[in-house]
Design a protein around this ligand. Sequence first.
Ligand code: C5P
Length: 400
Amino acid sequence: MNGAKKIVLGVTGGVAAYKAPELARLLKKGGLDVQVVMTRAAERFVAPLALRCVTGNAVLTADWDAQTDPYDHLFVTRGASAALIAPATANFLAKMAHGAADDLLTTTILAARCPVYVAPSMNPAMLNNPAVRENIRILEKRGINVVPPEVGEMADGEFGEGRLPSIEYLASLMMKAAGVAGDLAGRRVLVTAGPTVEPIDAARFISNRSSGKMGAALAGAARDRGADVTLIHGPVTARLPEGVRRVSVRTAVEMLDAVTSRFSDCDMLIMAAAVADFRPARPSAGKIKKGDQSPTLALEPNPDILEAVAKIKGGRVVVGFAAETENLIKNGRDKMAAKNMDVICVNDVGGEDSGFDSDYNEVTILCRGEEPLPLRRADKPSVANRILDVAVKFLSAPVA
Ligand code: C5P
């Protein structure tokens, strides 16, 4: 492939190997030159010919002939932007952690000078075995990029941690590693973040607990994936990403104006802001004096920004959030329908160190026409990328 960046895709013998041809196809579609190396066990799950067909390159298998190509193990990763082992079995992780070199893939990875990514995928009991956890820690300490497995239903029907992350996500990681334009290249993305503040008087306001970290992470992730990002934010404590256009607002009404005036020009709106539902009905221009009687604060509802844009949505993708304490899926689906969203991320705000002000989040992604996607608790940038993986599927084809 002329001038294309090269990626080495190592496939080992876990059930998720059946996803390898689709992953290789996505990488190829993303403009990458994909060189597959398979272990003997992987061949029991997927035929080398399938990978040969989608990549257009000869697949290196355990039957590699050292007489013909004695240095293949050194040459495979030469000039590669990155190597990804997906799925990576417990056996492969163990060999890699301890420097074993008993087949073409292990020797290839041992000889690699490019960044190496591994995507462990196995039954939850195996993943939680201390030996496997220890091997993963060893690899992480050595600078190997371990892509955390997801929580979900396993091939054997068991539910737990160990699923291979979405192939779209794995492909986007490789595109990024190779410096190739991401899946949001040429797209305009509007993100809202943080709280709004609603004045009571000249000195006081009501607001809510929102740091803006989730919105900031979404803006950063969209930027990394090639989008032109505008971040409309209330007063946040979060560090805001560089390389995105920032629009600072205070009240819900200001945020409504900032969003609606830009909405028609965007491809995607992500409403991560914790907009105050109510505002003081009669804010005082001066500071209310301390008197004998406690003042009563009359509140009135703020406009709902998502409801306002729902009417002019057109083909734009709209992603919202819902903080819930019970009936997460039902309430999330109802809210998604009521506000005409494509994707909604439901937060369980009942738990500790998840959601508000935390660096971590635990959300379930709901979208039109698909089963709920529960994500395990992860740092907000990782959660942001998972949300974008789902949201990009709703984008219509770019205008040529
Ligand atoms: O109905 P609820 O407030 O739970 O919906 C949350 C979603 O709606 C979030 O995406 C939030 O940003 C958005 N929202 C809005 N305008 C409001 C309140 C919330 O767009 N006034």
